[in-house]
Write a protein that binds this ligand. Structure first.
Ligand SMILES: Nc1ncnc2c1ncn2[C@@H]1O[C@H](COP(=O)(O)OP(=O)(O)O)[C@@H](O)[C@H]1O
Ligand SMILES: [Mg+2]
Length: 160
């Protein structure tokens, strides 16, 4: 039970409802440590019901580990890799260490990420939840769709 977070929870509910109706959106929660950001994120995941859920958590010690966060997000969506153009699938699988290493292709990886998210969302509404985004490795943070939220001005500051 989240105490005193009615407004924030209502905001999350709206975002999820919008997603179920086919409208995409992003919500950034920021605030000092311990204020309840992770709790709100878990609440969003709990309320996502039958949506497809992809979660990544930024970990300070893994901030240098290229594409570690992207791997987390893509893992539950990889069944859709076959829907991507071949070179994009190869770029993504290479970057994630799931296929032969390919020449570094950030654009291809980005396009593939976007394609994967779109393909998953086509099938069912999709929630991508990123916790502690400040520690996401920079390669993953470059991938569109994954960290677009991080570049959006904060809309729901957590206050106590
Ligand atoms: N609104 C709330 N009501 C009750 N407990 C809360 C609330 N927000 C956070 N907590 C609890 O406070 C602690 C810190 O919250 P957490 O979400 O981990 O903070 P943050 O991610 O911002 O560092 C956790 O034990 C969490 O369950
Ligand atoms: Mg936290």
């Amino acid at each position: 039970m989240l105490i005193g977070r009615e407004d924030e929870c209502a905001r999350i509910e709206r975002l999820l409802d919008d997603a179920r109706r086919g409208a995409s959106g992003a919500l950034v929660v920021h605030g000092e440590a311990g204020i309840g950001k992770t709790a709100l994120l878990r609440h969003a995941v709990d309320r996502a019901g039958s949506m497809t859920i992809a979660i990544a958590t930024g970990i300070e010690a893994e901030a240098e580990l290229e594409y570690s966060a992207l791997m987390e997000v893509c893992r539950p969506l990889l069944e859709h890799a076959s829907e991507l153009p071949e070179h994009q699938a190869a770029a993504l699988q290479g970057a994630l260490g799931l296929g032969p290493a390919v020449e570094r292709d950030r654009f291809g990886v980005g396009a593939a990420t976007l394609g994967l998210l779109a393909a998953a969302a086509e099938e069912r509404p999709l929630l991508v939840a990123v916790d502690d985004a400040q520690w996401i490795d920079t390669a993953s943070a470059d991938a569109p769709g994954l960290m677009r939220a991080g570049a959006t001005p904060p809309r729901a500051p957590a206050r106590r």
